[in-house]
Design a protein around this ligand. Structure first.
Ligand SMILES: C[S@@+](CC[C@H](N)C(=O)[O-])C[C@H]1O[C@@H](n2cnc3c(N)ncnc32)[C@H](O)[C@@H]1O
Length: 286
């Protein structure tokens, strides 16, 4: 009778011969998912015999071996310490995006009125729902997540209802074209890849969540002037960008926000990942 350890070893070997760059972890996460246990419980059981049918587990291992992300196989991804549901209709949230939540939360905490914040291209709702959970008792901010994809918004609604019921509004629309403003904060992790940046690691994610026209900067080139007409004096904006776009992002932001403090901030790998814009309090939205 094989033990849990034997099964994990066999699955790890299968995944090692495939796309996975974390075969042991993937095997553990998939077995835990199928058995409905956490990894602490898995480690406790490692020496014990595993005597139930594992057809579902081996099916998931094969799909993982063909490149499907673990998050789509389990339907879950941790982001900002929260458990988000994800489907192939949504991007799988990345760790570098967590900084947008921290930055936005710091600015919203400074406001005593009822600040209005939009997360443009919310996908599974990761940024705006994490913001709502983080700020829950600290501000009366009006938080909105918007996306052009109805399928993504359906997932965002489930995450909102599970994690921050009632605290987040969801809107379907192109960028900020649906918004009347005024706004205090715009947060966005919009598609910013060029088609040449395609690689097998992103093959299962929706192309409309990854790629943007005009060398990957086309959506931000449209968003920045929209944000400039909607942001209030003292408002702010943070965008996650491709490091190759930093110079263009700065130039476009300077044209849209001539009096703002504009900066590029690095991610944990030291790459120019975030464009931040802070408007002086005296400016008037046009
Ligand atoms: C890179 S994903 C980010 C999802 C989520 N914010 C995150 O960080 O995990 C970009 C999202 O923008 C949405 N999107 C693409 N073009 C858009 C547009 N013109 N207007 C609104 N949303 C758009 C996509 O549907 C996708 O959900």
């Amino acid at each position: 009778m094989p033990t849990y350890r034997d099964i994990i070893r066999a699955a790890t070997e299968r995944l090692r011969a495939s796309h996975s760059d974390s075969p042991r972890l993937d095997a553990e996460v998939l077995l835990c998912h199928v058995l409905g246990i956490d990894r602490t419980e898995l480690y406790r059981r490692l020496p014990l015999p595993l005597d139930i049918p594992l057809d579902r587990f081996w099916e998931l291992v094969e799909r993982r071996a063909r490149g499907e992300p673990v998050a789509y196989l389990t339907g879950h991804r941790e982001f900002y310490g929260l458990d988000f549901l994800v489907t192939p209709a949504t991007l799988i949230p990345r760790p570098e995006t967590e900084y947008l939540v921290t930055w936005a939360a710091e600015r919203l905490r400074l406001r005593r009125d009822r600040p209005r914040c939009v997360d443009v291209g919310t996908g599974c709702g990761a940024i705006v729902v994490a913001l709502a959970v983080t700020l829950r008792t600290e501000t009366s901010a009006l938080l909105v997540g918007s996306d052009r994809s109805l399928a993504a918004l359906r997932v965002a609604r489930i995450n909102r209802d599970r994690l921050a019921p009632g605290d987040v509004h969801l809107v379907c629309g192109d960028l900020l074209s649906w918004c009347r403003g005024p706004l205090d904060l715009v947060v966005a992790n919009l598609p910013y890849l060029r088609w040449e940046q395609w690689h097998p690691g992103i093959a299962f994610e929706p192309p409309e969540a990854l790629f943007a026209p005009d060398d990957g900067f086309g959506l931000y080139a449209r968003l920045l002037p929209q944000a400039a007409t909607l942001l209030r004096p003292g408002g702010a904006c943070i965008l996650e960008i491709d490091p190759d776009q930093a110079e263009r992002a700065m130039k476009t932001a300077r044209i849209a926000f001539p009096t703002a403090h504009i900066a590029i901030e690095p991610d944990l790998a030291g790459l120019a990942r975030y464009l931040t814009i802070e408007l002086p309090a005296k400016d008037r939205a046009s």
